[in-house]
Write a protein that binds this ligand. Structure first.
Ligand SMILES: [Zn+2]
Length: 352
C-alpha cells in the first residue's frame, strides 16, 4: 500500500499543476507552478545523508503543515455536480400519490414534469471548545437551497466518488436561497447542535468543579485549623502572634484566588468558524400539478396548482411546502372554504 503522505503529495502537486518526479523510492523532485527551481522531498529519513538538500515530509513537519494549509485554502469553496441519476422514474404519478396523503375531495393532475438542478451547500464548521483543555471538532451541514431545509443523506455521498466537476445535463437551475442567507441558516443549525453539546459538557464540568471546590475548601480549612491551634498555643505562652495572623490573611487570599481560577477554567468558551464550503448541484424532478375539486365536494380549491418535487437519489417525493404556512409536510387537508393546508395550520380557524 502506498504511503498516505506520498499519495497526498503526488495528488496535491498534480492538482495545483506542478510536477513530481520520483528520483528513487521515497525521494521526489517537486516543481511547483509558482517556484523557479524544484524542491527535493524525502519520505525516508535514511535517505537524508545521501540527499542533504532534501526536506523531510513526515507527520508533524512544518512542510506538511504548509502543504495542508495550502491544500485547504484551495478547497475552501468548491462546486460539484451529483447527477448520475435516473430521471425517468416508472409510474411517477402513482409513486407520488403513495408518498403523499391528500384529501378525499381533490384530484391532482400532472401538467408537466421537468428536471432542474437544485443547489445544495455543504458547510464545514470547525468548532473549538476552550475550557479546561482545548478540543476541536468538524461539523458538516448540508442545506437544500430550494426548500431551505437541512439534508442528511448527502454526508454519505461526500466521499467524492460520485461527484463530478462538470454537469451532465443542460437543464436550468431551480431558484435558490442566496448564499449569505444559506450561511445564516446553516449557522443557526450548527449553533443548535453545539448548544446541546455544550450543555452536556457544562454539566460534566460543573460536577467536576463542585468536587474540586469541595476538596480545595477542605484543604484550606485544615490549614486554617492548624494555624488557629498554633495561635492559641502562642497566646497561652504569651508569644507574639502577629506573623501567624499575617499568614492567616495570606492563606485566605490564596484560597480565594485559587477558587476564582477554578471557576474561570470551568467556563467553556466556544468558537465556530466556517472552514470549507461545497456547492453541489443535484437534479430534481419538478412536477406541476393542477388541483381540482371532485364533484359535489368543496366548490373551488385554492391554490389551483401545486408544484411537487421528486428526488431521483432517494427515489421519494419530497415533503411539499404547505401552500398556506410553508412548513414541510406530506399531508394536505382542505377546509370548508376550499383552502389547502397542512395539519399544523388551518386558515379557516385562524381567521375567525
Ligand atoms: Zn400549513
Amino acid at each position: 500500500m502506498p504511503d498516505p503522505l506520498e499519495q497526498f503529495l503526488i495528488e496535491y502537486v498534480d492538482a495545483v499543476g506542478g510536477l513530481a518526479d520520483e528520483i528513487e523510492p521515497q525521494v521526489y523532485d517537486v516543481l511547483m507552478p509558482d517556484a523557479a527551481t524544484p524542491q527535493r522531498i524525502a519520505f525516508d529519513p535514511d535517505a537524508l545523508p545521501e540527499h542533504p538538500s532534501a526536506q523531510l515530509l513526515t507527520f508533524g513537519s512544518a512542510l506538511l503543515d504548509e502543504l495542508l494549509a495550502r491544500a485547504q485554502q484551495r478547497g475552501q469553496i468548491g462546486l460539484a455536480f451529483l447527477d448520475d441519476a435516473h430521471l425517468q422514474p416508472h409510474a411517477l404519478a402513482q409513486r407520488i400519490t403513495r408518498d403523499l396523503v391528500l384529501p378525499e375531495a381533490i384530484t391532482l393532475r400532472i401538467e408537466n414534469i421537468r428536471p432542474l438542478y437544485v443547489t445544495h451547500s455543504v458547510f464545514w464548521f470547525e468548532v473549538t471548545y476552550l475550557g479546561e483543555e482545548k478540543e476541536q471538532a468538524l461539523f458538516p451541514l448540508a442545506i437544500d437551497r430550494y426548500y431551505v431545509r437541512p439534508v442528511r443523506y448527502l454526508n454519505e455521498l461526500l466521499n467524492g466518488e460520485r461527484l463530478n466537476d462538470t454537469r451532465r445535463w443542460s437543464f436550468a437551475d431551480a431558484k435558490a436561497l442566496p448564499p449569505d442567507q444559506a450561511y445564516v441558516a446553516a449557522r443557526e443549525g450548527i449553533v443548535r447542535t453545539v448548544r446541546a453539546e455544550i450543555n452536556t459538557r457544562q454539566h460534566q464540568t460543573q460536577t467536576h468543579l463542585a468536587e474540586q471546590t469541595a476538596r480545595m475548601k477542605k484543604y484550606y480549612a485544615d490549614l486554617r485549623a492548624e494555624l488557629d491551634e498554633r495561635i492559641k498555643k502562642a497566646n497561652a505562652r504569651g508569644d507574639e502572634t502577629e506573623s501567624l495572623r499575617l499568614r492567616q490573611d495570606a492563606l485566605n487570599r490564596e484560597e480565594q484566588l485559587r477558587l476564582d481560577d477554578l471557576g474561570r477554567k470551568a467556563k467553556i468558551r466556544v468558537q465556530i468558524k466556517l472552514v470549507n464550503l461545497l456547492h453541489i448541484k443535484i437534479p430534481r424532478l419538478f412536477i406541476r400539478t393542477h388541483v381540482a375539486a371532485k364533484p359535489r365536494s368543496v366548490p373551488v380549491i385554492r391554490p389551483g396548482s401545486l408544484t411537487l418535487t421528486w428526488d431521483p437519489f432517494t427515489e421519494k417525493t419530497d415533503a411539499l411546502a404547505c401552500p398556506n404556512c410553508q412548513r414541510p409536510t406530506f399531508e394536505l387537508q382542505v377546509n370548508h372554504f376550499g383552502v389547502l393546508h397542512c395539519a399544523e395550520c388551518n386558515p379557516g380557524k385562524v381567521k375567525s
